[in-house]
Design a protein around this ligand. Structure first.
Ligand code: ZN
Length: 652
């Protein structure tokens, strides 16, 4: 194609689609199987072609002749004849190529590539330092009095960790110890929440905020110099591409219009949550004092007392809810909801090969039509021996026209819910139900697209701060009483979840929400501040920026020696640089979309159905074919407003 490319849709982008199709057809099932049915043979086969697959992707997005053809299409006569989806595809291809430095020449191009190489090494090093530093720290406890209050599951894990550690000898048990704790979340969090020994909590907390800094392990895994270098290089990269700062470069490819708009949104949320977070802290202090604590609370006391407060307020556990949430019942309720909202019927299909007996295959039908408009596989249960943890929706095949014939979308929905035990069906936790709704929301956007051009169909081509809209939108229905009545039914009596339990769930949803919101804002604002300033006008180190921002975004200021940034892998080793705000941005969108339904009354069926169809025809149908702000405005009739999120969080 590079040799014969023509500056027309058919001569360039249609050809690219044709080239890419067989790749999707084999590569997406293979990558999928690697995640859900891993084996040595498959891994070996996968790795043997991974380099070639990566190179193919790079060549497709960074080809000079194709870039030039794309620019010629944009500036040529055919442009106005292309539909909006085609125009977006061309524009995005140009943008993505330019962001990889394709338009630079000579020395600038060389420098750009040098920066890219160094940044990639730095980010790997950063992430390894965090992992190594986390792993290298341990706290072994032998005195039973010191683990008082910790739940059995945490003690069992700590005893197992002791037995697995290389440096230890002997047999630990959950009852008698010794117990080994680490800075990894599943060990650290329960310790902070439940350990009654305050000194030990302080000890582990101080280690936690010093991970990968000069303070810990004699600086062996020190990320401090890496942080400064990464920020410097990112700014240089942004300026080479014609942007003022890395934050501007990051936002250029996102839904949020610019840095000022994000700042403004974060500030609104900050103002709404600050007072509530102050109140949260006072509440904890009062509970602690009442319970005999004579000192003021410190950082290492917060999780502990928050957990005590939770126990007094909402005394329920996952186990209380499980019997009401058999998978089959939840699926029926969820499909009934999407039938009502979007006019689709989901039915189980037969006669297709599957990778495991637990896997289910479903067809999605439009109204009462006979031919499916999409199909999906659901792999619901945890299977640690060969399946990755977490939950996700992945595209297996995208909607596209192949020689004039429509190929319907195929989705993979993967969860890690509780499997059936003995004769007992799968009984889910409430969190697992929310996750299923979430992934189905992603799946709906992939499957209900009406766009035939693959790069703008479904979730393809959607800016990543907008992609969580349909998924989080679906989660909201898990707090709607009639929906819950529909998807819950006791495994023995088929009775829906009692109102008393449901109320506890609803109340728990806003527990300490001011504090939680402020914490996310602190991360988001710090991230943006670090990536906005030019090194020349920045004042002091990244840690000074962190402290300065914390003045506005924390109730209890971080300790002067806090080195949290040294383990902030999201922004220094992940894809969230100048993008951490996206979490809140997407929540605003999904809450605001849901509030359109609240406005007409969630139990007002005719209006809810009309809104549901409108949501289907805009957000779910248009996918990446238009700018997400435009799609949102088309659904909502206005720009996004944070008010609904604040209300749902109990902050307005
Ligand atoms: Zn998601």
């Amino acid at each position: 194609l590079e040799a014969s490319v023509e500056p027309t849709w058919d001569g360039c982008f249609q050809q690219l689609e044709n080239i890419e199709r067989p790749f999707e057809y084999c590569w997406s099932p293979v990558s999928h199987l690697l995640a859900v049915k891993n084996s040595d043979e498959l891994r070996e086969a996968y790795e043997s072609v991974l380099d070639a697959a990566t190179a193919f992707g790079l060549r497709m997005s960074q080809s000079q002749p194709i870039y030039e053809a794309a620019v010629a299409i944009r500036d040529g006569e055919e442009w106005t004849k292309l539909d909006p989806a085609q125009q977006r595809i061309v524009e995005k291809a140009i943008q993505s190529a330019e962001r990889s430095g394709i338009a630079l020449e000579g020395e600038q191009r060389e420098r750009f590539n040098e920066i890219a190489r160094e940044l990639s090494q730095l980010s790997t090093k950063f992430s390894n330092n965090v992992l190594d530093s986390t792993k290298a720290w341990e706290l072994t406890i032998e005195d039973k009095a010191d683990v008082e209050g910790l739940p059995d599951s945490a003690l069992a894990m700590a005893a197992q960790s002791f037995n697995n550690a290389e440096s230890t000898e002997g047999e630990a048990t959950a009852e008698t110890g010794p117990w080994r704790f680490s800075l990894e979340a599943p060990s650290f969090l329960p310790f902070m929440q439940h350990c009654r020994n305050r000194e030990l909590r302080e000890n582990i907390y101080r280690a936690y905020i010093s991970r990968a800094s000069t303070e810990l392990q004699e600086g062996e895994f020190d990320n401090e110099p890496l942080i400064e270098r990464i920020l410097e290089l990112r700014n240089e990269k942004a300026r080479l591409l014609g942007f003022e700062s890395f934050a501007e470069l990051s936002l250029d490819a996102k839904m949020a219009p610019d840095v000022a708009a994000v700042d403004d949104m974060l500030e609104k949320l900050r103002q709404a949550s600050f007072k509530a977070a102050e109140g949260d802290l006072e509440e904890l202090q009062a509970l602690a004092t009442e319970s005999g604590e004579t000192e003021s609370l410190m950082h290492w006391d917060i999780a502990f007392w928050a957990e005590r407060l939770r126990e007094t307020r909402f005394s329920y556990t996952d186990e209380d809810l499980r019997p009401y949430l058999p998978l089959e019942k939840v699926l029926d309720g969820m499909f009934a909801l999407t039938k009502k909202l979007f006019g689709i019927t989901v039915r189980e299909g037969v006669g297709v090969p599957k990778w495991h007996d637990d896997v289910r295959y479903f067809e999605v039908l439009d109204h009462d039509k006979k031919v499916p408009i999409a199909v999906f596989y659901l792999d619901p249960f945890s299977r640690p021996e060969n399946k990755r943890g977490g939950a996700w929706m992945n595209t297996c095949l995208s909607r596209r026209k192949v020689d004039g014939v429509l190929q319907i979308p195929v989705a993979h929905l993967v969860c890690n819910s509780t499997p059936p035990v003995g004769d007992q069906p799968s009984l889910m936790t409430f969190r697992e139900v929310e996750t299923l709704f979430h992934e189905f929301g992603h799946g709906l956007q992939h499957m209900l697209t009406v766009i035939d051009h693959v790069d703008a169909a479904g979730i393809n081509g959607i800016e990543w701060d907008a992609v969580e809209l349909p998924s989080q939108f679906m989660e909201n229905w898990c707090y709607h009483r009639p929906t819950v009545e529909n998807f819950s039914g006791h495994v023995e009596t088929d009775k829906p979840m009692p109102l008393e339990l449901f109320d506890k769930l609803v109340n728990a949803r806003t527990f300490r929400s001011g504090s939680l919101m402020l914490r996310q804002l602190n991360f988001g604002i710090t991230d943006l501040a670090l990536h906005s300033a030019l090194p020349a006008d920045s004042d002091g180190t990244a840690f000074d920026v962190q402290q300065r921002v914390s003045g506005r975004t924390t109730i209890m200021k971080p300790l002067p020696e806090d080195r949290f940034l040294c383990s902030f892998s999201h922004i220094f080793a992940g894809g969230y640089a100048a993008g951490y705000y996206s979490y809140k941005w997407a929540e605003i969108l999904s809450a605001d979309a849901f509030s359109a339904f609240e406005e007409v009354g969630l139990d007002n069926d005719p209006e809810v159905i009309e809104k549901g169809r409108h949501f289907r025809n805009t957000v779910l149908a248009l996918g990446g074919s238009q700018h997400p702000l435009k799609v949102f405005q088309e659904f909502r009739g206005r720009e996004p407003d944070p008010q609904a999120l604040l209300r749902h969080s109990g902050l307005a």
